[in-house]
Ligand binder design. Sequence first.
Ligand code: GLA
Ligand code: GLA
Length: 689
Amino acid sequence: MPNRDERPTWLRRAPGAQPRISFGADYNPDQWPREVWDEDVALMREANVDVVSVAIFSWARIQPARDRWDLDWLDEVMDLMAANGIGVDLATATASPPPWLTAAHPEVLPVTRDGSVLSQGGRQHWRPTSPVFRRFALELVEVLAERYRSHPALVAWHVSNELGCHNILDFSDDAAAAFRTWLEQRYGTIEQLNEAWGTSFWSQRYGAFAEILPPRLAASFPNPTQQLDFARFSSNALKDHLIAEREILTRITPDVPVTTNFMIMGEMKGMNYADWADAVDFVSNDHYVQPGSGARDELAFSASLTSGVAGHRPWFLMEHSTSAVNWQPINVAKRPGEMARDALAHVARGADAVCYFQWRQSRAGAEKYHSGMVPHAGADSRLFRDVVDLGRMLRQLDEVAGSEPTAAPVGIVFDWESWWASELDSHPTDRLRYRREALEWWRALLDLGIRAEVVPFGGDLSRHRVIVAPILHLVSDRGAARLEDYVREGGHLVLTYFSGIVDERDQIRLGGYPGAFRELLGVRVEEFEPLLDGERLLLDGGLAGDTWSEQVSLTAEDVEVLLSYREAGRNSGPAVTRRAVGAGSASYVSTRLGEEGLRGLLPVLLDAAGLASELPEALRGRVEHAQRADADTVWEFFVNRTDQPVALEGLAGIPILSSGSDDPDVLAARGVAVRRRPRDRAAELDAAD
Ligand code: GLA
Ligand code: GLA
């Protein structure tokens, strides 16, 4: 990996240009006649757009046949942008291969678990491990990099697009060959693989790497460690593609940053972005809200995790939507205020660019009902006026650019490996949802007005006074030791059910659950007792658990029982425990309490950790509170979680933005307010002790 210190960390800027929160979109002028481009540019200027991502799906236009190239149109777009002071985040255009390529080389098409070959005609129909695809793609990258290396519009490279959105799992023969090589590197010998995969079970012993296949559709459950390794391999294969493109770009244009748009959102689980982050110069993310009551909390959760993946450095919101998308069963339009709130809520979590898919809503194709910045109705529309307003608001926030989210008192650990491993088949229940559990803790903390962050497991745990690690199912010895150190040094750790159960090989840690954390927690569980749908076990204080339960016994005298089960004849033992260890504590939650139950439990856990809300009572639960800071200044963000105005009385700081409201002391329905105050390092250190 190239040396970080020698790489640019943000968009290339004209000398002397002031830092700003960038604003823009995917721009697809190749879908429109030339005369539309001039109107586009005029409207972009009106909206304060300063960056666009171009040519993401333009391969067939750029290279209409094997030996034909057509870049004149792209030259013209680049020149037009440069002439208007708009930077181009230029795509490498490799996201979707043209029909001539797949017709001549059907061997690049991905293969599903059951052996079906995916056809051309959609997008992203390529095998991550196809040497043929790789050759064509890299040729294209090289052509573009050479052509635009010194173009003044070029501010960043956009590798491919949403790598893995549709092709993360490929079961082709190419994948099989690459999987074997990857396994050989991981395990060295076939004996070690047999040991790791537990192949003494069901006559699965391999005599040679050549016998191994991806976990294709089998007569019964495929080997779980094979599945887990295939998940790791698949994530790595696309990271490898990213690095291959990146190497060409950094060689030809060492001063231009390279990024690709991650998809930290919803159930997109195939790509281990914590592992990918070191392959880009700055992290970019795409986020689309899912309809439903928790939509905006999920947005904040994803944005915070993106910041964690980015090591808390500024990141680039590459795509979200001005209004509806086209790919959900029912595509809900955004209500007044929501467009700005969504954008600003990302900025609150460290985004220094706010971009959309896409600039002008398409007239044809699968995404013609997907909103854009310029809708079908044209510029004379509420939507475009809101876009212009948002562009103006972002300029009011330019001073925030370059600052980073401050450490929140609570960190929620997010770990891709545990996500994968905990949701494998043939488990005690198929009802556990890793991300949902993490999100429930997040929402309960928001409800209580506690500032939190979502952090990849590999990150710096000492930032947080309390760490919640939900369903940390798979943990290495080293990972377990890191958590133990965190506790001994004064951290307060909260672990949930189904944590510490397996090692990196997905093999059980014997002697009683929760294996890796049994000693630390001072508890022991002999059997899991998952619950049927709709079944709830009562606990103290009117709380109830669902989905999962355990008979917990205490193995150390100093374990405090915070809540017990209250189901006579079934379970009346400890449900939630806490133990002081070293300078900190370790707590265990043995059932799923859900957002409501966690709202009941958390005050007890937080109180024991000496932690209270930083917000006045009236704001708790109604606003989401986040902070960004540089050395001297803190910017406090307050995002209205409700559809009613909220009075912001009693808050310190100078208001610098209040979306949708003329009164800086009133947070509009769906509004966002930002206040500035001097940073007080001494007070921060006091609070951390
Ligand atoms: C993704 C893609 C875009 C577009 C949008 C639609 O984010 O990267 O090309 O398909 O989704 O929501
Ligand atoms: C992602 C992509 C969208 C669309 C959906 C389909 O969110 O960004 O373009 O493909 O998945 O689920």
